[in-house]
Design a protein around this ligand. Structure first.
Ligand SMILES: [Zn+2]
Length: 260
């Protein structure tokens, strides 16, 4: 199985997984980049997985279905009112069988009220793969449009429990600006300093910084480190009062990032 990010819009990635014959894509906000990627490799579109209802994640679905009518679309049942295409509703806790892989549907509602993530072990692939939409970004997390800091804390904790080598397939190339923010929170974190250099080199070469890995995010992502003293100290300084609780810490960081 081959995993690759298809760039879309200015900084979105539509993830594509294929077995040299059939392909699944995740969150196709645009159809044309997907159709080109399929055509170039002689692939048939087998399935589409949707994490949440935002236009830059679903905008290409109808056009893809017009081009590949037999493709099956999976989307979160809790966001049904936003979808105008044919799809199979999925719920957290459920497992899907797509391209010979069992994908677990995770409840990561926070960025939107019905946001889901998909995690599975594709056969012949060296590591589990997580499609997390706009929940977890490398060195950052999604904005809280429909959920609370407590929701995001719970969602990220759930992702933190996945195996450390799980590949994290985020939906945006936000890493460089997230790393700048993270260095403001933890300027002396050596893993973060190393990562900042690698990210700068990859972006200078116009290469994606993704997928990341859960184990790396636990070392560098302040939103996954809200129980660490260094991060809580930075949040306390920002808030002007002691912050000693992970959820409050996440709330302070999210507000800080919104204003940065
Ligand atoms: Zn979104």
């Amino acid at each position: 199985m081959t995993l690759l990010p298809i760039p879309a819009f200015t900084d979105n990635y539509i993830w594509l997984l294929h077995d040299d014959r059939q392909a699944m894509v995740v969150d196709p906000g645009q159809a044309q980049p997907v159709l080109q990627a399929l055509h170039k490799r002689g692939l048939t579109l087998h399935s589409v997985l949707i994490t949440h209802h935002h236009g830059d994640h679903i905008g290409g679905v109808s056009e893809l279905l017009a081009a590949a009518p037999s493709a099956q679309v999976y989307a979160p049942s809790r966001e049904a009112k936003h979808f105008n295409f044919l799809y199979e509703p999925v719920q957290p806790g459920q497992s899907l069988n797509v391209l010979g892989t069992t994908w677990r549907v995770l409840d990561v509602a926070a960025h939107t009220a019905g946001h889901v993530a998909y995690v599975g072990n594709p056969p012949g692939h060296e590591a589990p793969v997580l499609f997390c939409g706009d929940t977890l970004f490398s060195a950052g997390c999604g904005r809280l449009f429909e959920g609370t800091a407590a929701d995001m804390q719970r969602a990220l904790q759930q992702l933190a429990e996945l195996p450390a080598h799980t590949l994290v397939c985020c939906a945006h190339e936000y890493t460089q600006s997230n790393v700048r923010f993270a260095l403001g929170v933890e300027p002396h974190n050596p893993a973060l300093q190393r990562h900042a250099e690698q990210v700068a080199a990859r972006r200078a070469a116009n290469l994606p910084t993704l997928p990341s890995q859960i184990g790396l995010e636990l070392q560098i992502n302040p939103f996954m480190r809200t129980a660490h003293a260094t991060v809580q100290q930075a949040a306390s300084a920002r808030a002007g009062h002691p912050v000693a609780h992970a959820t409050e810490c996440l709330a302070v960081l999210r507000e800080w990032k919104n204003q940065s």
